[in-house]
Design a binder for this molecule. Structure first.
Ligand code: IMP
Ligand code: MG
Length: 408
C-alpha cells in the first residue's frame, strides 16, 4: 500500500512528526523531493531530532528509508546528518538508500543561490542551500545524478574543483544507490510511505510562483519522483496546522497585522515554536486560510487531512479563520494565481469560540472539547475533506487517530 504525505500549506505543517508516527506501520519510507532546504523536527522521548535530508522513518531501527529521484542531495550535508544520527545511537547502515536518478548539489550551487537572490529586486527568501540551482541545472540538462558520479565520462564538463569534490565523496556514496523503480516494484506488497517536503503552496507549479521552492512538493511528485506510477498511489494525506505560517517572502493573505495582532503572533510563534529548523528564521504567522487549504485539497486529490498544532490554540478565548478574500472590493472564493491579487487579498474571517483548556492527554476524538470539534467539522465541510488525524503535541503518542490511513 502506498500512502503519500504532503504539506497542505507553506511547509512546516508537522509532516515530520506525522510521517514518523505512521512509519510505525510501514516498511519503507521514500522522501520524494526537496533537499537540505527542508527541516523536519521529530521529538522522541524528550530528545529532539532535526532532519533535513533523511526521511523521517529513520529513527525506527528497522525501517528502510530512501532518498527519492526528485531529491537534490548535498553529500556533505547528508554525511553530517548521518553522523549526527550515529552519534545519537541511531544505526542507519544498510537501510538508507538513494535513488541513483537523484541529483547532487555541488558546493558552488550554494554560492550561486545566494548571488542570484541578492540580485532579485524582490527576493524569494531562499534558504541558500543551492536547491534552486540544482533543480535549474537539472532542467538545463547540466545536472549530476548519483548514477553519474560513478561514470567519469559524465563528469568531463565539470571544472576541476567540482570534480575533486565528487572524487572526495565517490567511495562513501557507493553504499547508497538503488534503482528506485525496480526496488519498489520488487517490494510492491510492502507498506510504503512517500514523504513530501515543503508544502503545496511552495510547489513549483501549484504554489505561489515565483515565491516558491523549486521542487515538486505536490502529491503528484510522489509518483514521478518517488519511483511509482500515479495509479499506484492509494491515498494522499495533507498535513496542515490549525493556523498558517510561512518562512521567506511572498503573499500571505491571513498574515497577522503587527499593529493589532502583534501580541497574538508572538504568542503563536512562541507556543508553536515557529522558527525555521534550517535557517532559524522566525516564521510569519496568521490564521488558517481555508481558501488556500481547499485549493491544496483539490490540486493534490487529498483524501484525508491531518490537523496539527491544535493545542497551540488552547488558551485563546476565540480565534478566526479565513473563508473568502476581498480583492479590490470583490468577494473571491477561489485561490488566485495572480500575485497582485494574493497580495491585495483581504481575508474575510469567521470567528470561532476557543476551548480554553488543555488538549494534552486526550487520546480520542470524543475526548476533545465541543469547541475544538466545531472547528474541525467546519474545516471538513468547507474543504469537503475528512480530518482523520489530529496532533495535539510533539510526542508520537500525542496523536489522535479517528481512522488509520492504513485501513483502505
Ligand atoms: P529554497 O527552497 O531554499 O530555494 O527557498 C525558496 C522558498 O521556499 C523560501 O521562501 C523558503 O523559505 C521556502 N522553503 C524552502 N524549504 C522550506 C521548508 O522546508 N519549509 C518552509 N519553507 C521552505
Ligand atoms: Mg520544516
Amino acid at each position: 500500500m502506498n500512502i503519500v504525505v504532503i504539506g497542505a500549506q507553506w511547509g512546516d505543517e508537522g509532516k515530520g512528526k506525522i510521517v514518523d508516527y505512521l512509519a510505525g506501520d510501514a516498511q519503507i519510507i521514500v522522501r520524494f523531493s526537496g533537499g537540505a532546504n527542508a527541516g523536519h523536527t521529530i521529538v522522541l522521548k524528550d530528545e529532539q531530532f532535526a532532519l533535513h535530508l533523511v526521511p523521517s522513518g529513520v529513527l525506527y531501527p528497522d525501517k528502510i528509508v530512501i532518498l527519492g529521484t526528485g531529491m537534490v542531495i548535498d553529500p556533505e550535508a547528508l554525511h553530517a546528518e548521518l553522523s549526527m544520527l550515529e552519534s545519537r545511537g541511531i544505526n542507519w547502515q544498510g537501510r538508507v538508500f538513494i535513488s541513483d536518478r537523484a541529483h547532487i548539489v555541488l558546493p558552488k550551487y550554494r554560492q550561486i543561490d545566494k548571488e542570484m537572490e541578492e540580485k532579485r529586486n524582490k527576493p524569494i527568501g531562499t534558504t541558500g542551500r543551492g536547491i534552486g540551482i540544482a533543480y535549474g541545472l537539472k532542467a538545463f540538462r547540466d545536472g549530476i545524478r548519483l548514477a553519474d558520479v560513478f561514470e567519469d565520462e559524465r563528469l568531463v564538463n565539470l571544472d576541476a574543483e567540482d570534480r575533486a569534490f565528487i572524487a572526495h565523496w565517490k567511495d562513501w556514496l557507493k553504499q547508497f544507490p538503488i534503482n528506485l523503480v525496480d526496488y519498489l516494484d520488487k517490494h510492491r506488497h510492502a507498506y510504503v510511505l512517500f514523504e513530501g517536503a515543503q508544502g503545496a503552496l511552495l510547489d513549483i507549479d501549484t504554489g505561489t510562483y515565483p515565491f516558491v521552492s523549486s521542487g515538486m512538493s505536490c502529491a503528484a511528485g510522489a509518483a514521478a519522483q518517488g519511483g511509482i506510477g500515479p495509479r499506484s498511489i492509494d491515498k494522499v494525506l495533507g498535513v496542515f496546522k490549525a493556523y498558517t505560517t510561512r518562512v521567506g517572502n511572498g503573499p500571505f493573505p491571513t498574515e497577522f497585522n503587527p499593529e493589532n495582532q502583534g501580541a497574538l503572533e508572538d504568542y503563536i510563534r512562541k507556543t508553536g515554536r515557529e522558527y525555521g529548523v534550517t535557517t532559524g528564521r522566525p516564521r510569519r504567522c496568521g490564521y488558517l486560510d481555508l481558501v488556500a487549504l481547499r485549493y491544496a485539497c483539490r490540486v493534490n486529490s487529498i483524501d484525508t487531512l491531518v490537523l496539527t498544532h491544535l493545542d497551540v490554540y488552547d488558551t485563546l478565548p476565540s480565534f478566526e479563520a479565513c473563508i473568502a478574500y476581498k480583492i479590490d472590493g470583490k468577494l473571491i472564493e477561489h485561490f488566485p494565481s495572480s500575485i497582485y491579487e494574493l497580495e491585495h487579498a483581504e481575508p474575510v474571517l469567521r470567528k470561532f469560540k476557543g476551548w480554553e483548556c488543555e488538549l494534552k492527554g486526550r487520546s480520542s476524538y470524543d475526548e476533545l472539547p465541543i469547541e475544538a470539534k466545531d472547528y474541525i467539522s467546519f474545516i471538513e465541510e468547507y474543504t469537503e475533506t475528512s480530518i482523520d488525524m489530529i496532533s495535539i503535541g510533539y510526542e508520537r503518542n500525542e496523536t489522535i487517530v479517528r481512522k488509520s490511513p492504513w485501513i483502505r
